[in-house]
Design a protein. Sequence first.
Length: 250
Amino acid sequence: MTAILQAVAGFDGLPVLVAAVFAAGMVRGFTGFGTALVYVPVAATVLPPVQVIVTIITFDILGPLPVLPRALREGDPREVARLLPGAVVGLAAGLMLLTRLGPLTFRWMICIVSLLLLLVLASGWRYRRALGDVAKGAVGLVSGLFGGAAGAAGPPVILFYLGGTEPPARIRANILLFLAVFDVFYLALLAWKGLLGAFPVALGLVLILPYALGVLAGQAAFDPTRERVYRGVAYVVIAVAALGGLPVFD
């Protein structure tokens, strides 16, 4: 254990990860999504693909706990539960893809995916029609695939399911709830596959504090009447993280 802690403390990329995870926490706190879109492109510059995902799952499970009670009050857990069967199937396929990607390919993929998702989010396009249970399962499947391969399970849900007439506070709460449950499934799958290395888990545990502080800061700043301002800030942070993570800038 001492050797692992020393390895974490001596890791050259730790300051980069702390800064990225705090920014990701703030974006998550006042929008309900965006952790992976901010953290993963930056983390991929200093960690291999599987370790990136292990760290984000580790801190993402415990980091949002302070805001989950509010999310349970404001969200709709029954609606969120309809996404989960498809999400589990997509998660397994996404993790299979992740384990076959090299570090450089992973960086290109996550940065391009983040930028494409950002463009769609910022365009204002949303799927406006009501969805049945089968369609909601399909949304969960896409979300699980993105989450498993790139850690970005949130945006597909926003685009195809929660982008209709729901008020911003409920959208934010439902995304928080979905991602919290998704992370539990992902952690269990990583453990079953034997991919939870001691170093990335310890690194993820260290990142819980700056992440939780970021989430709390974002939640404290959140005001539903100024939703556009917060989303604009989130989009800028996501764009900077995705562009900065492109290998062409190495």
